[in-house]
Write a protein that binds this ligand. Sequence first.
Ligand SMILES: O=P(O)(O)OC[C@@H](O)[C@@H](O)c1c[nH]c2ccccc12
Length: 268
Amino acid sequence: MSRIKQCFENLEKSGKKALIPYITAGDPSPEHTVTIMNALVDAGADVIEIGMPFSDPMADGPVIQLACERSLAAGTSVRKVLEIIAEFRQGNSTTPIVLMGYLNPIEFFGYQKFADAAKEAGVDGVLLVDLTPEEATDVVECFRQNEIDLIYLLSPTTTLERAKKICDLASGYVYYVSVKGVTGSSELDVDSVKQHVDTLRSVTSLPIGVGFGIRDAKTAAAVSRCSDGVIVGSVLVNCIAENKDQQKEYIADALGAILTPMRSEMDA
Ligand SMILES: O=P(O)(O)OC[C@@H](O)[C@@H](O)c1c[nH]c2ccccc12
């Protein structure tokens, strides 16, 4: 069974919801990332979403755009991201890792080569923002062969018919984007999220994670009550930005201080 599936099954058994932090790999430099990932796990992360830095991250707001810039300036390549994950895997064989990214750097690297190397490094799922279900065929095949889950985004404007089509291609979990717009928003409306998630349940039995705009423990808990997990990105990435000149252990602690209250409020 895939690590992601196993993780959601375990959570369900214990009546808990998934806490899924996002960070950009190599931010502020590749030397920081494994320490940060371990701190996220210690603070209660169930799955880690790792961004591959890209020069034109269309779906990202300024906070994650800047993280991509810092990471690229520090020399983070696709190969380097996979090395970071392989290093993390040496000390952690259970926490699922979802690689989030845009197609361009992967196409350049080669889809088959990337999917094989990702599997080898210990990646469990990929979320490719600009991979539409229509063009998915051969790209998707490379990941399927390697038993890597494909996580797809559904937004408030996705029709139910299209959502069904997307969910049929997805595995692991599906990602409901809580608001129209880019990452780092502050507009999340819990009632509207609940309605959408309830409707999506009619087209999929996969777990439904919700992200975009979750920045505090109260919101994380409220959203987790109407879904199967929450994805938290910009508030963490902003904390990295604010502390980027500190020691990596200091940054790790600062991130833990954001995540720990989310975990306790979600489990309360
Ligand atoms: O940053 P926020 O608003 O907390 O949302 C999570 C998000 O950052 C993370 O899942 C993510 C980062 N970049 C993305 C691009 C598309 C979809 C999702 C993402």
